[in-house]
Design a binder for this molecule. Structure first.
Ligand code: S3P
Length: 448
């Protein structure tokens, strides 16, 4: 079956203060493409903007987060054309060609934008101010401010939170820094600052995280060396523009992977999904729980591994999630909690304290929402124990967190009654059109 636009597609999240009513509508069937990868789309704009020459980006995620990044670079004097949906042509200005902005740079909800830009802007000759929405303004920024300050950056914050006031004209020095917490955003911020620093910047991670910045920097000709868990860059070398083809976002595919796994009789085919091993921890965990997920037509897109994923319903059983998989599935825990709620027995998550400082406190928001639907979740400071059971209808809040909203739309497909999900507008930050795609494969989802 192919997905065609519905005659009356449900209103898109992002249009005002939207809520959803989600209901179980039977088996899910279909063949679908999810939108482009958010992490790659942010980085493609950033690196293209400071490269020499023009870059065509295909498969660009038309989400609010990635559009915020593009808007910021326009404010910094970069011409970015958008000839069609999912395509951007970025006219790079070189490492030193960005212009002072005319006002604060608004990252919206995007932690990736704010943290990576903090590193990039620390190396400019002009001052800048990074602001964000209410959720982003609560998220911890000391993790980037402190190592950047050690490189010579001057960044003022509100007790470690946005707005970030970045003083330009500083001479940055390379550092050798071991991240206290595994974070691709912090690593990338330091590598971006490292482009402008004297000497070498060396970043070590307690556990390897997604390596898109390193791969792109190396592909654009920067002296950047990396192995899992470690990356180094030598400052002062220009980047040469190179076109980017963005694979489909594994984190968006994750909602459909879990949906097909938990709804009896389902079979979904997800096309050309990005399979970077630093992103696919959920596959290992779901398979250990008994999920039926086949990888077909493995290939490569824009230097990244991709595959079609065929997912069929299978009964799941609870497991202890191996801690080593946590960083490789850090954005997939809302979806995993739903799979765990539908599994036989308990699923134990530990070593995931980072979930408490995402777009919402994802341990607390998932525990509260699943609790409202009849599932017992025991919270721990760094995780939770989810006891599989029968989901009933009810009302849950997403707390403005895109992944929480989508996770509950999926959970509702196994609930005995309707689930009202409040505050879903932020789904548009990472997955515009989720509701239309979800309805197209048979999920029950409508605007409240
Ligand atoms: C991202 C890194 C992760 C992830 C976020 C995107 C990136 O954050 O949760 O959605 O693009 O580098 P942390 O670096 O905070 O783990």
């Amino acid at each position: 079956m192919k997905v065609h636009p519905l005659p009356n597609p449900p209103p898109q999240a992002g249009e005002g203060d939207v809520a959803w009513i989600a209901t179980c509508a039977g088996p899910l069937r279909g063949d679908l493409f999810v939108p482009g990868d958010k992490s790659v789309s942010h980085r493609a704009i950033m690196f293209a903007a400071i490269a020499e020459g023009s870059t065509r980006i295909d498969g660009f995620l038309e989400g609010e987060d990635t559009r915020a990044t593009a808007a910021i670079f326009r404010q910094l004097g970069v011409r970015i054309d958008a000839p069609s949906d999912g395509v951007r042509i970025v006219h790079g200005v070189g490492l030193h060609g960005l212009q002072p902005p005319d006002g604060p740079l608004d990252c919206g909800n995007a932690g990736t934008a704010m943290r990576l830009l903090a590193g990039l802007l620390a190396g400019q000759r002009f001052d800048s101010v990074l602001v964000g929405d209410e959720s982003l303004s609560k998220r911890p920024m000391r993790r980037v401010i402190e190592p950047l300050a050690a490189m010579g950056a001057v960044i003022e914050s509100l007790e470690g939170r946005a707005p970030l006031r970045i003083r330009g004209g500083q001479a940055l020095q390379g550092i050798d820094y071991t991240l206290p917490v595994a974070s691709a955003q912090v690593k990338s911020a330091l590598l971006l600052a490292g482009l402008y620093a004297q000497g070498e910047t060396h970043v070590r991670e307690p556990h390897p995280t997604r390596d898109y910045s390193e791969r792109m920097l190396a592909a654009l000709g920067a002296p950047c060396a990396f192995v899992p868990g470690e990356a180094a860059i030598l400052g002062g070398f220009p980047l040469q523009a190179r076109d980017v083809s963005v694979p489909a976002d594994f984190s968006s595919a994750a909602f459909f992977i879990v949906a097909a796994s938990i709804v009896p009789g389902s079979e979904l085919l997800l096309r050309r999904v990005g399979m970077n091993p630093r992103r696919t921890g959920l596959l290992h965990v779901l398979r250990a729980m008994g999920a039926d997920i086949a990888e077909e037509h493995p290939g490569e897109q824009g230097g990244e591994p991709v595959a079609d994923l065929r997912v069929r319903f299978a009964p799941l059983r609870g497991i202890e999630v191996p801690v080593e998989h946590v960083p490789d599935m850090i954005d997939e825990f809302p979806a995993l909690f739903v799979a765990a709620a539908c599994a036989d027995g308990a699923t134990v998550v530990r070593g995931a304290a980072e979930l408490r400082v995402k777009e919402s406190d994802r341990i607390a928001t998932m525990a509260a929402g699943l609790g409202a639907l009849g599932i017992v979740v025991d919270e721990a400071p760094d995780g939770a124990t989810i006891r599989g059971g029968a989901l009933h209808g009810g009302s849950v809040e997403s707390h403005g967190d895109h992944r929480i909203a989508m996770a509950f739309a999926v959970a509702a497909q196994r609930a005995s009654g309707a689930v009202r999900i409040g505050d879903v507008a932020n789904v548009a930050t990472s997955f515009p059109g989720f509701d239309t795609l979800a309805c197209g494969v048979g999920m029950g989802l409508a605007a409240a």
